[in-house]
Write a protein that binds this ligand. Sequence first.
Ligand SMILES: Nc1ncnc2c1ncn2[C@@H]1O[C@H](COP(=O)(O)OP(=O)(O)OP(=O)(O)O)[C@@H](O)[C@H]1O
Ligand SMILES: [Mg+2]
Length: 369
Amino acid sequence: MALPAEDLVGRADELGSLERLLGELDRGHPGAIELAGEPGIGKTRLLREVAARAEARGHIVLSGGASELEHDLPFSVFVDALEEYVAGLEPNRLAVLDDQVQAELAQVFPSLSALAGGGEVALQHERHRSHRAVRELLERLAAPTPLVLVLDDVHWADSASVELLGALLRRPPAAAVLIALAVRPRQTPERLSAPLERAHREGVLIRIELGALSPAEARAFLGEALDPAEAAALYEESRGNPFYLQQLARALDLTVGAASAAAELSSAIEVPSAVAAALTEDRVELVLARAGALAATGHFAESHEALLEAMAILPEQSIALRTTLTTACARVEHRLGQSSRSRSAPHSRRRAPGWSTASGNTSRPTRVS
Ligand SMILES: Nc1ncnc2c1ncn2[C@@H]1O[C@H](COP(=O)(O)OP(=O)(O)OP(=O)(O)O)[C@@H](O)[C@H]1O
Ligand SMILES: [Mg+2]
């Protein structure tokens, strides 16, 4: 089976909106766009497309993002996007900014610490001065050439970055600056969703909610060489989520009779290879591949649900595998417990019918949405 293509698939409407915004930028108008969607739906991929199209138009593109582990560094999303670029600027590009603005920027960007000199620095409660300084910096950078600021995974942003983003949405730079950001709505804290919602209501922020690929798009994504029945099964399992499509296709690509597939699957969810290799039920295999892919990427709640689903569709006589899956599920539950203690997002921990005993009944659970 061919592995999924790198080319962007579908998203025609979304690209239309993005092109319009880039066109506005060429006319000197600022803008902001939010790509919202579940993990793996294609936010980062579409941001990459925005960046490529903006670069093709000759815009400056500066990209950064938040990370799950580093949300304590103030302004980290903006530092990530801008730091390297501002560090390489000719000193006179910033010399025109007034002393106080330079001093504020020195506080935000480590590479500009030399600018700290003259001006007074804002206290914590005077963050608006840092906001104003960054707005002025963006205006300056975009003065000769439109600027696209790409901010990924903003749901993990530190609070200083969130406040700065809110300030830039409340009062956008008076220059050709486009802010393109991506968020997972279910992991977006209130302190971020409130300013995004407000900007959206006021028409300052365009929101694109990325949905599943259509069956035809999934087909194009997987490659036309794939057997239609197999493509349909993958589509059903993945529910049109490109990341899961990709992972399932990869797992199955290795599966065609190969032991390595079982090894990959088992290392992902820690099911012993011998047991995984003995799987003959296609559907169980697909669900397990999904569980493995989810666990491997830290989506423990969803992995847990997929394991429950696999349990429920196992043939009754598969006592050994049932027992093994019980152990795998307990491991994932353990990881789930660990990760839910370190995250704020609620996890559902549904149990499938017949789950509680290793030899329980096998009635099928309803699909978790
Ligand atoms: N429309 C698409 N065309 C082609 N490939 C895509 C498309 N959408 C997503 N992909 C691919 O699917 C995978 C997952 O997409 P991506 O990383 O963009 O998801 P995401 O929404 O950013 O997820 P997360 O919230 O976990 O960051 C990537 O390998 C990406 O290249
Ligand atoms: Mg992403």
